[in-house]
Structure formats: structure tokens, C-alpha cells
Design a protein around this ligand. Structure first.
Ligand code: WTA
Length: 655
């Protein structure tokens, strides 16, 4: 746990006093209509967690029921012990047997405007066919399958088909580079890759198959590649290894019984950045994840059959797993899936989609909201957004000004906003308003969901006083908690269960006000949040150091109006190299090649030396202050090894 606590204050948030409430009509119709109802639920869960979660789990289909709800021996939890289910069965088959068979599950829109609707029964057929394709290619229960595709119904079909046959999916966001993809494939020893030929992004086709080809040069475990034809870009197919999705699916039967999965069988791995080393494969299992995805999606989004729900997250991130693929389908919802950039071909695209598809619930990221604010209200006001009834945000703190804009300009003062705090590791939303119940304070994720126990503590685990900043921890097990870091149990124990005695450590700083509202203050470790995406400073540093010219590198972040944070790389060069603007560009591109464009440093600064402690650790706090343009570097510099290093960086800063 690094010392970033000085970064934890957000001045505007500390002064925020405004309170907003849902209208009486909204509350009356919502699943949890008042704080009295919330408190009752919360207390019931606290008093008897087994009964609380057991009752919720009864709403799902199980091939075999559980003997016990939870076994908990810190840090290991098992949920719904002895039970068997299949999340794909719960997402599709249970609806196909009802009037929802012909209800739209997915309304898809491509970036060029092409559209497709999949009803629950159509989606079920496609998933069954593709599950049979996987089986024919030798994929069995427990095998890992990597997925590298653009946003499309087929991306969801790929995940659901894996879940149906019991294969463990590992989705890699389509913006990651071939090196990053290969690392993830190798870490999981994936047996197959499912990809698309390409995806449209701002009018260009990104050649995803080529990235897969480059990655697979170094991935001996992969025997099959199944390619969905989306963009019709030219691709090369390797004989015996590569197959077209449509050719295999044309031969496949629509009959594919769902595999009976034990509740604790792995469902997926999703890689995310941590403070040290390579990204971690966060592992989630079947029963608990399913129950929590359905429960949280229903209550936070107050989902109803008549809603048209749109979460703009890519399935490559956890939000796209829980609140695009699984949560909405478990609840039988209708949702919009959009392929491209929400501001392409212009800043009106997102509002146009909402108007045309009559979206009622919009879930997006603060970084997108901030960019829409900058683009201007006129883009929003050109469109009829009267169908919207609920708004949500995720991924990073939302500053109160952006919250108010979202509330006034997009929601026309009638839509509650759910500011949802959670993580890849938590599997689902932990802290959020329940929209019909919780009075909202802009900038606060408000209160934990019933069944979730959070606390803000000092390093020794003792609780902080009201309004005192500390570490955000989760003190009791919850069904969708991560079960492991894939293949690295030590890292799982060390990262999450060792810093704070007896609790799960989130890596976030927070404070709680007198009314029990949680205010997230950002990461307290070496993870940075850029446009709502998590990046480890050490990953980017390793990428830089892998360039032949670089001796040493340190990454610092500074606040950015749109992206939340931007990245500054401090780099020392090996002798014989000259730090000029060409090399700056080369290093930026090198990081893109190693990780992906989301990790491109916004600025590269060459230095003769980096400030280090006597024990040789880079003093990141000092670099952060320099990156922030703070000349009067404050705090304790007494452990600094070579003060002249700092002086030189400051001189550089003045240039
Ligand atoms: C941050 C995304 C403030 C936080 C679902 C967390 C937030 C990290 C919020 C997880 C929020 C997420 N307010 N900060 N509403 N939601 N975060 O794993 O720092 O990509 O630890 O999961 O994002 O990022 P991840």
C-alpha cells in the first residue's frame, strides 16, 4: 500500500451539501421504494445473511439446490455449497419458456447505423449453436477460451456459449495490443481464441484478427481460432487453426443442453491492473456471481420489463460482463448494444441512439459525461430524451459539477442518478443509491447495497471517525467476490487480504460522512484511473524499460479535465541516446505496442536521474508533485538519496 493519502482530498466534494430525491411517482413504482424499506432489507441481511442470500438465490434456476449458503474462512469463500446451476440457462432458457421468448433481448446498432434485434429465443438459438461449435472444436468444461472482439451480439453469444458448456472465458478488451493479448492468453493457457475480423471505430476498421495473429506467434496453448466476420476486412486464415464462425455455426445443431456446473466452478477470468507486476487474472465462479449480478442489476437499475436499458461499457471490462452480458439477461431485460464510439460521427450520436431506441436507463462513465459537457448542451438539447427515467455512472469518482450537469441537462431534473462504486474484484456494484429510496448527494456513491458491509479504517484496521479519510474495506463475504488470482494464490492473499487485518482491502481511499454516506477519494496504491480504466504504473514502466533506449522509468499521474487523470512518464536514457521529440513519440508508440492505446503516456520527460530513497525506491510522491506543476515540492524529502536529481527535474520543469 503506497503513500498516496495526500491525494485523497477532492476539495469540491468536501464542500458538497446538496441533496436530491427521486420523485414520489418514481419511488412508488420502484423495487425498493423508501429508506425505511432499504433499512429493513439492510438489517435483515445483517442479521441473517444465509437467509437473505438464500431467499434471493431461490429466484434462480438450480439443477440441484445448496446444502449451505456460505462457507467463509478468510480469505476463502464458497457460496451455495453443493448446488448446481448454469448461468447461461438462467440468462436465456428460463425466459424462453415464458412470454419473454419473443421479447427483444438485444437491440444492436453498428457504428455505420446497421441494426439487428435478437429476441430471447433467437439469442438462445444462436448461443446453443455456438456452444455446439465450441464442443466440436474440442472445448470442454474447465478449458479457458480467450475472446477478443468488438462490441456486438456475437461477443455476448461467445461468452454465453462458453458458460453454457462450462468453459472459462477470458475476455481481452479489443484495444489491447498483441503483446498484452499474448500475455493474457499464456497466463490462462487458453485453448482457443474467439475473435472478429475487425471492428469499426470512428469510421475506421480496426484489424483485430491481425492482432490475434501477431499474438499467437507466442501462444503454444491455442489450437483453434474462431473468427466472426463483422467488418469484411481482409484477413489471413491459418489452415487447420482458423475457422469462420458462420461456416461452423451453419453446421451446428440448435440443441445444446446446458452443462451442470457446481456453484464454485470457475465462470470467467478477467485481467485487471494492480500495483505491481503484470495484470492479475481475477477469477469469478458461477453460483454466487450469478446471484449477485441478477440481484444488484435489478435493484440498482430498478429494472422492469418495459425498460430499454443501455450500458455503454465494452464487454472487455467488468462492467460489460456484469451489467451488459449477465445482469440484464438474468433479469429478462431489453438492452441496447452499440458497436462504436458514442461521439461518432458527431457529439449527438449517444443522444440520437437514446431517442431512436427509446432508452429508459443510461449507464455510462464520468469521463464520457465530462467530454459531453465540453461538447456543449446543444447536442443534447437537439434530441427528445423524454423516455429516460434513470441515469447511472461507474468507473471513477464523478465530480459534483458533472453530476449536476448529467442530472439537469440529460435527466431534465427527473431522473435519479446511481453513482455505482465497485471493482473487477467485487464482481458487482457494492456501493450505490437504490434509486427509489436513497436521497442522492452529488459526488457520493452513497450507501452499500443490502448484504454488503463496508468500513473505512486506518492501517491497523481500526475504524475512522466520521469524515476522516481512510482505507475502504469490505468486512463480510459477498456472493460475487473474487475467489482467486488465476494461478497465483499468493498474490491473491497478499494484495487483498494482508494489508488490513480481517478484511478485503479495495485499494481505494474514502471517507464516510455523518449520515453514513461514502465518498470515494481514489486509489491509494500505484494504480491510476485513466478515463475510468485501471492501469498499473508498474506495467507502463516495464513497457518503457523494454525499449532499448530506456534505462529507468517512473509514471506519475496528474488530474485531467476529461480523462480524470493523465500520465506523465519520467524517463532516464541509456548512454548514447538523446532525448528529443522523435524519441518521445517513439516511446509513446512503444507503450501503445506493448499494452494498448489506453496506456499511452500523455507526456514524456527525460531526466538525468530519478529521485530515489536511500533504499533505492523511486519517490513517486515527489514525481507526482512535479507532474502536477508543483514547484514547491513539499513533504518529507529527508530520505532522498540524491537531492540534485530532484533539482534537475525541477529545472527541467521550468524549461
Ligand atoms: C474506481 C470498474 C469512484 C475505484 C467497475 C475502483 C470508482 C476502480 C467508482 C475499479 C465510483 C469505480 N466512484 N471510483 N463510482 N467506480 N471506481 O476494476 O478506484 O475497472 O477501485 O472496475 O475504479 O476499477 P475496475
Amino acid at each position: 500500500m503506497a503513500k498516496q493519502q495526500e491525494n485523497m482530498g477532492m476539495d469540491s466534494v468536501l464542500k458538497e451539501k446538496r441533496i436530491f430525491k427521486a420523485s414520489v411517482q418514481f419511488s412508488k413504482k420502484s423495487h425498493v421504494p423508501s429508506m425505511v424499506a432499504y433499512d429493513k432489507m439492510y438489517k435483515a441481511a445483517e442479521k441473517s445473511p444465509d437467509k437473505f442470500w438464500g431467499d434471493i438465490a431461490k429466484n434462480f434456476f438450480w439443477f440441484k439446490t445448496w446444502k449451505k449458503v456460505v462457507n467463509w474462512k478468510n480469505p476463502d469463500a464458497q457460496w451455495f455449497i453443493g448446488a448446481q446451476t448454469n448461468i447461461c440457462y438462467n440468462a436465456l432458457d428460463v425466459h424462453v419458456g415464458t412470454w419473454r421468448a419473443n421479447k427483444a433481448a438485444i437491440i444492436f446498432e453498428g457504428e455505420h447505423g446497421d441494426q439487428a434485434v435478437y429476441t430471447y429465443s433467437q439469442l438462445h438459438r444462436e448461443v446453443c449453436k455456438f456452444a455446439n461449435v465450441l464442443k466440436r472444436r474440442g472445448i470442454e468444461k474447465g478449458d479457458r477460451v480467450a475472446i477478443y472482439m468488438g462490441m456486438s451480439p456475437q461477443l455476448m453469444i461467445a461468452l454465453l456459449a462458453c458458460a453454457r458448456v462450462g468453459a472459462v472465458h477470458s475476455v481481452v478488451f479489443g484495444g489491447f495490443s498483441s503483446t498484452a493479448l499474448a500475455d493474457r492468453i499464456n497466463d490462462a493457457k487458453a485453448k482457443a481464441v474467439i475473435c472478429s475480423d475487425g471492428v469499426s471505430r470512428r469510421g475506421n476498421v480496426i484489424d483485430l484478427k491481425k492482432v490475434v495473429d501477431d499474438a499467437l506467434v507466442n501462444c503454444p496453448s491455442v489450437l483453434n481460432v474462431i473468427v466472426f466476420q463483422r467488418s469484411n476486412n481482409a484477413v489471413s486464415m491459418v489452415e487447420g487453426r482458423d475457422h469462420w464462425w458462420h461456416e461452423l455455426a451453419a453446421l451446428a445443431s440448435v440443441d445444446c443442453p446446458a452443462e451442470k456446473m457446481s456453484s464454485e466452478d470457475p465462470l470467467f477470468i478477467l485481467y485487471t491492473s494492480g500495483s505491481t507486476g503484470k495484470p492479475k487474472g481475477i477469477m469469478h465462479t458461477t453460483g454466487g456471481y450469478m446471484v449477485y449480478a441478477g440481484y444488484s442489476h435489478k435493484h440498482v437499475f430498478d429494472i422492469k420489463d418495459e425498460d430499454v436499458y443501455w450500458c455503454t461499457a465494452d464487454v472487455g471490462w467488468i462492467t460489460g460482463h456484469t451489467y451488459v452480458t449477465y445482469g440484464p439477461l438474468l433479469n429478462g431485460a431489453t438492452q441496447v448494444i452499440y458497436e462504436g464510439a458514442v461521439n461518432y460521427p458527431d457529439w449527438g450520436r449517444i443522444w440520437d441512439i437514446i431517442e431512436r431506441h427509446k432508452v429508459t436507463i443510461l449507464y455510462t462513465a464520468p469521463t464520457a459525461i465530462r467530454s459531453f459537457i465540453r461538447a456543449g448542451d446543444e447536442w443534447v438539447n437537439k434530441h427528445n430524451l423524454s423516455t429516460l427515467r434513470l441515469l447511472g455512472t461507474v468507473g471513477e469518482p464523478i465530480n459534483p459539477e458533472a453530476w449536476i450537469w448529467y442530472y439537469n441537462v440529460v435527466g431534465k431534473k427527473k431522473c435519479p442518478i446511481v453513482d455505482t462504486w465497485w471493482q473487477t474484484e467485487t464482481g458487482g456494484i457494492m456501493i450505490s443509491p437504490l434509486p427509489g429510496a436513497t436521497p442522492m448527494k452529488p459526488g457520493s456513491a452513497t450507501k452499500p447495497l443490502p448484504g454488503i458491509s463496508v468500513s473505512i479504517v486506518k492501517k491497523d484496521g481500526s475504524p475512522c471517525k466520521a469524515n476522516e479519510g481512510g482505507f475502504l474495506v469490505i468486512t463480510k463475504p459477498w456472493p460475487s467476490m473474487l475467489r482467486d488470482v488465476y494461478g497465483d494464490r499468493d498474490r491473491f492473499v497478499k494484495t487483498y487480504w494482508s494489508d488490513i487485518p480481517g478484511a478485503y482491502f479495495t485499494g481505494d481511499g474514502a471517507r464516510r460522512d455523518k449520515e453514513g454516506y461514502v465518498w470515494i477519494m481514489g486509489r491509494v496504491d500505484d494504480v491510476v484511473n485513466i478515463s475510468g480504466h485501471r492501469l498499473g504504473t508498474s506495467e507502463i514502466e516495464s513497457a518503457l524499460v523494454s525499449h532499448e533506449a530506456v534505462a529507468e522509468a517512473a509514471i506519475a499521474s496528474r488530474p485531467d479535465e476529461i480523462k480524470g487523470n493523465s500520465l506523465v512518464a519520467f524517463v532516464t536514457l541509456k548512454s548514447g541516446y538523446h532525448g528529443d521529440s522523435d524519441l518521445k513519440h517513439e516511446l509513446q508508440n512503444h507503450v501503445v505496442k506493448e499494452i494498448g492505446s489506453i496506456a499511452r503516456p500523455d507526456e514524456i520527460r527525460f531526466a538525468e536521474a530519478l529521485p530515489k530513497t536511500r533504499s533505492g525506491k523511486i519517490m513517486r510522491r515527489l514525481l507526482r508533485e512535479i507532474a502536477n506543476g508543483n514547484m514547491n515540492v513539499s513533504g518529507d524529502t529527508s530520505t532522498l538519496e540524491d537531492f540534485s536529481a530532484l533539482e534537475k527535474l525541477r529545472v527541467h520543469d521550468d524549461e
